[in-house]
Design a protein around this ligand. Structure first.
Ligand code: SAH
Length: 431
């Protein structure tokens, strides 16, 4: 693979150009500095994002671009000259990356770069390069770069091993990799992290990393147990579902725990099922922390309102079937004076209706939708404990879904989906 050709190598020992065997590692601070990338194919597509991430002023020289590179151009993130390389493209450049296969053309770029004392990375021939790109992993503010001593695959596997180590347990108490640079007592803070719908693999990478750095984890009932199994030893785990009192006192108590622990200097992860802001009271927790002057980060999660239908083979939208999906809480019955939902208006929608916390009130929800005009034959499905080993799916119609759920003995947590999308993929959606 030519992609690997620019990976680290020590094979330059005694190689062309008199390059020495050992590379000298550097972290280039490229913000605002011109970097020229020659070539608009797969290699350039892989290299450009990290250059942009470093703030480089990227000039791309290539007659044609991949769609991904063209998107960077269209968004104004880099400059593009649509032709083959010319030596004065290097005017003002600090670094050049040659991402073309043609060795003659690449050698021309190398020669122009050497003449101007500009380091040159070569995708086609690492022995002809004056700089090598290492295998890289980023973990918060830490960047690990591995040069493989001549074997790119070794570099990649060492990099992967280091990444696994970083993610598992390298951040000891008091030395968070995620802490802002500059020192000081800035550890005390809260992260509201979405844990995803149930499968522990459906947490985000950032959520997982913060979880591995936490001093205190305050977890919901619906949070995947396996995530908690992987916590560092010594982490204080607060089970929010075991906090006594009623619903509002319990929330006050959770807020108090978050604030107190953070003010005492702990890094607190508030781990919540699905997404923290979808019927998750994340906003209240954020406000409580803000009021106490505690810094808060929010990490979105994969919400069950989309993931549960997906797990049942149901896309919440589908071209020419549903151009909208509406997510509603069924916690308050439609006939209750406390209801904030205009169920009669929802009954008039054509698209997909996703109801969370709706099992208890399903009889009155279904009859309200029917009474206001949604057709009884509208496909409906109920998914219990989606993406976990306890997942169960019932398919029915709006007219019969209440009886079907009772007959099947479904229990919360469950998501109800109403709309033609329920049928649209058939059994193909489940593969
Ligand atoms: N913030 C969460 C929702 C919290 S409200 C999210 O974004 O997913 C709790 C409701 O979410 C449950 O009553 C149920 O309707 C739904 N729910 C959460 N996880 C679920 C799962 N794995 N399977 C089915 N429903 C789920």
């Amino acid at each position: 693979m030519s992609e690997f050709a620019s990976e680290p190598s020590g094979a330059a020992a005694g190689g062309s150009g008199g390059l020495s065997a050992n590379a000298y590692p550097l972290g280039l601070r490229l913000a605002g500095l011109r970097v020229v990338v020659v070539g608009g194919g797969a290699v350039a597509t892989r290299r450009v994002p990290a250059l942009l991430d470093a703030g480089a002023d990227v000039l791309l020289v290539a007659p044609d671009l991949t769609p991904a590179l063209r998107a960077h151009v269209d968004a104004g993130r880099l400059h593009w000259v649509s032709r083959r390389f010319a030596a004065d493209d290097l005017d003002g450049a600090w670094l050049v990356q040659v991402a073309i296969d043609d060795p003659t053309a690449a050698a021309t770029v190398s020669a122009a770069a050497a003449e101007r004392r500009i380091f040159c990375v070569r995708a086609d021939d690492r022995n002809a390069a004056t700089a090598w790109t290492p295998a890289v992993t980023r973990y918060g503010p830490v960047t690990v770069a591995v040069l493989g001593g001549g074997d790119p695959r070794r570099a990649v596997s060492v990099r992967d091993a280091i990444r696994a180590l970083l993610v598992s347990d390298s951040a000891g108490p008091g030395e968070p990799l995620d802490a802002p640079a500059g020192g000081g007592d800035r550890r005390g803070r809260v992260a509201l992290v979405g844990a995803g719908p149930g499968d522990p693999e459906l947490i985000t990478l950032r959520g997982w990393r913060l979880l591995s750095e936490a001093d205190v984890v305050v977890a919901d009932r619906l949070v995947p147990g396996l995530l908690l199994d992987e916590l560092r030893t010594g982490v204080e785990l607060v089970d929010a579902s075991k906090i006594p009192y009623g619903p509002s006192r319990t929330q006050e108590e959770i807020n108090r725990i978050l604030v107190d622990r953070a003010l005492a200097g702990a890094f607190v992860v508030r781990l919540k099922g699905g997404d923290p802001y979808v019927f998750g009271r994340g906003g209240e927790e954020l406000l409580a922390c803000a009021a106490a002057g505690v810094p808060v980060t929010v990490v979105p999660g994969v919400t069950s309102s989309i993931a549960a239908p997906a797990a049942a083979g149901i896309p919440v939208t589908h071209r020419s079937v549903a151009h909208e999906f509406t997510v509603v809480s069924g916690h308050v019955a439609p006939e209750s004076p406390d209801s904030l939902v205009r169920w009669e208006a929802l009954a008039g929608l054509r698209g997909t209706l996703v109801i969370l916390m709706g099992l208890k009130n399903l009889p009155s929800i279904a009859s309200t939708l029917l009474a206001h005009g949604r057709a009884p034959g509208t496909p409906a499905a109920v998914i219990q404990e989606a993406t976990t080993g306890g997942q169960r799916i019932v398919r029915s119609t709006l007219g019969e879904v209440t009886d079907a759920v009772t007959a099947a003995g479904l229990r919360p947590p469950a998501v109800v989906v109403v709309g033609d999308v329920v049928e649209v993929l058939g059994s193909a959606g489940l593969t």
